[in-house]
Structure formats: structure tokens, C-alpha cells
Design a protein around this ligand. Structure first.
Ligand SMILES: NC(=O)c1ccc[n+]([C@@H]2O[C@H](COP(=O)([O-])OP(=O)(O)OC[C@H]3O[C@@H](n4cnc5c(N)ncnc54)[C@H](OP(=O)(O)O)[C@@H]3O)[C@@H](O)[C@H]2O)c1
Length: 291
């Protein structure tokens, strides 16, 4: 049986992705941060799809301690994972630091993907797929290694763009290392479109968030439409032909200039590893991913 894990699975794009994969009869794990929201979403998906092989895991993915805890629970649930969809993320008006001392947007949107992927790599099946939800907002992002942990100035949308650019650099570097390790696992990322979800809803009201809310209400596509590229990369036979690419509307697409800068890809990887000592210390990860 095909097994998939989706993060941020109780809402928006993650919910629709989970539902579509459950409808294929797959065994599906949902990583959510809130027990009630996670349980209610799983129940709705069970009812709609008739699939009862759905399990909810609870974790705050901005924290390495939670990623370590949830990855060990996931390994007990399944020894082999066919598809990992890194989707949990958000945009936050106010700067905050996690209990582990890292700026929250980067800790959740980038390190959440990086840490969970590395922790689960030993369990990824041959021909497995890693799908990461990035964004066209990467175009306003910049990777300045000194500013990743705790930026000296904080502007919500540019910071969100930085974290989504990090998703792209991460995917490219991961795909390269998977190839070097001769692992038959693909890694791709995507822009889902401008999608009407809870994205940005829980942040403190601001001018930016009001403009965003207005545009979201009037211009955004449905959650189901927004999940299509994630579903395609997770389940379509064509989706496994590619690795290291950025997709939009189910097609490989161009990222902003200089996103294939190998030096920055490696520096980001080195920084991410340094901020993930617990994950780095886990057994079973191929050495190619650990330097
Ligand atoms: N919507 C868009 O237009 C758009 C465009 C480009 C890219 N994206 C990307 O799409 C992805 C999904 O977002 P969405 O639009 O579907 O928004 P959403 O409806 O807010 O879904 C985000 C999901 O992430 C979960 N989450 C948030 N913080 C978390 C944490 N600390 N630990 C674990 N899970 C956490 C949320 O859980 P709760 O329900 O408990 O908050 C929710 O399940 C994000 O990576 C986002 O950057 C969205």
C-alpha cells in the first residue's frame, strides 16, 4: 500500500491534498499542530473518502524538539514512506522567536521542511517523492545567512519570501544530494497559485494583512484548485520523472534569477544543519546529507 505524510494537513491546500491521496486508497498520515482541528479534519476525510487508514500526528513544526518527537512516532506508524508533502507554513505580521531561539517564519517555513525531511529520509521508499510547497513569493526573497536566525529588521512579506526562497534552495540541494547518494528519491517544490485558505488569517491585523485579506477574498482560487500541483507531484506517474524543479500549474517553471546559485544552496544547507543538532544526531541518515 502506498503511504503518504502531509504536514499542515487539517486546513487549506494540505487538507485537499490529504483528501485526494486518501481517495486513492493510500495510507495517509496528517501532521497537524492542534489535536481538535487535526482530529476533526481526519474524521471529515474518513467520511468523504471511506478510507479509515488515516492517522493524525501532533507537532509544532517550528520546533526541532517536536520534529524529533513526531518523526519517531511516524517511524513506528510506518517503516516505509512513499511520499512526504512538506506543506505546513504561514505568513506572520509580527516578528517572534520560537522557544528554541529562532525567528518563527524561517523556523516553521524552512527548517520545518528541512528537519522533517532529513529525519524521515531513512524511511523514504525507493522511488519515493518529497514535495515541498514553496511560493511565487520567493521572488521577493533573499537568503542572507547572517539574517536567517534572527533578522535585524522584520517585514512580514519579504521575510515570508525569504522562507519560500529557502524552500527552493533546499529542494535543489536536496535533489543534488539524493542523486550523489544514488537514492532513487525525487525532490520537487511548487507554487500552488493564490489560494483562498486560512493563510495569514491568524496574524495580527495590519495594512498588509487587510490588503491581503481583500485580494484573497476576491481573486484567489479554490483550495481544491490550489492543491492540484501538490497532488500531481505526489501521485501522478509523470510527477516522478523530475527532481530538483519548481512547478507551477503542474509544469516545471522558472524561478527568479540566481536561484541555482550552488554556493548559497550549500551555505543554507550548512546553516540548517547547524540549527538542527538533534536531527543531525539521528542514526541512519546517509553521510552525504550531514556535511
Ligand atoms: N494560500 C496561498 O495563496 C499560498 C500561496 C503560495 C504558497 N502557499 C503555501 O501553502 C502552504 C499551505 O498554506 P495554506 O495556504 O493552505 O494555509 P493554511 O490554510 O493556513 O494551512 C496551513 C497549515 O499549516 C499548519 N501550521 C501552521 N503553523 C504550524 C506549526 N507551527 N506546526 C505545524 N503545523 C502548522 C496549519 O495548522 P492550523 O490550522 O492549526 O493553523 C495549517 O494546517 C504554506 O506553506 C504556504 O506558504 C500558500
Amino acid at each position: 500500500m502506498t503511504t503518504a505524510l502531509i504536514t499542515g494537513a487539517n486546513s487549506g491546500i494540505g487538507y485537499e491534498t490529504t483528501k485526494a491521496l486518501a481517495a486513492l486508497g493510500w495510507k495517509v498520515g496528517m501532521v497537524c499542530r492542534n489535536v481538535d482541528r487535526g482530529t476533526a479534519a481526519a474524521e471529515a476525510i474518513r467520511k468523504e473518502t471511506g478510507n479509515d487508514q488515516i492517522h493524525v500526528f501532533i507537532a509544532d513544526l517550528s520546533l526541532e524538539s517536536d520534529v524529533l518527537k513526531v518523526s519517531s512516532e511516524i517511524k513506528k506508524w510506518t517503516e516505509v514512506l512513499d511520499v512526504l508533502v512538506n506543506n505546513a507554513g504561514g505568513y506572520f505580521t509580527e516578528k517572534s522567536l520560537t522557544a528554541e531561539g529562532l525567528e518563527y517564519t524561517m523556523a516553521l517555513n524552512h527548517l520545518g521542511y528541512f528537519r522533517l525531511t532529513l529525519a524521515l529520509l531513512p524511511n523514504l521508499a525507493e522511488n519515493g517523492r518529497i514535495v515541498s510547497v514553496a511560493s511565487a513569493a520567493h521572488r521577493m526573497g533573499k537568503i542572507k545567512i547572517d539574517e536567517l536566525e534572527n533578522p535585524s529588521t522584520y517585514k512580514a512579506f519579504p521575510r515570508y519570501g525569504d522562507s519560500k526562497l529557502a524552500n527552493i534552495f533546499f529542494t535543489q540541494e536536496l535533489a543534488q544530494r539524493l542523486k550523489e547518494a544514488q537514492l532513487k528519491i525525487t525532490a520537487n517544490c511548487l507554487h500552488p497559485g493564490f489560494v483562498q485558505t486560512n493563510f495569514g488569517v491568524q496574524t495580527k491585523p495590519s495594512f498588509e494583512s487587510r490588503v491581503f485579506g481583500f485580494l484573497n477574498k476576491h481573486l484567489a482560487i479554490s483550495q481544491l484548485d490550489g492543491a492540484q500541483t501538490s497532488i500531481y507531484l505526489a501521485s501522478d506517474p509523470d510527477g516522478s520523472k523530475y527532481s530538483g524543479l519548481y512547478f507551477d500549474k503542474k509544469k516545471p517553471s522558472k524561478t527568479k534569477k540566481n536561484t541555482e546559485d550552488e554556493k548559497t544552496q550549500k551555505e543554507l544547507w550548512t546553516w540548517s544543519l547547524a540549527k538542527s543538532p538533534g536531527v543531525k544526531g539521528l542514526g541512519g541518515i546517509h553521510p552525504i546529507f550531514l556535511d
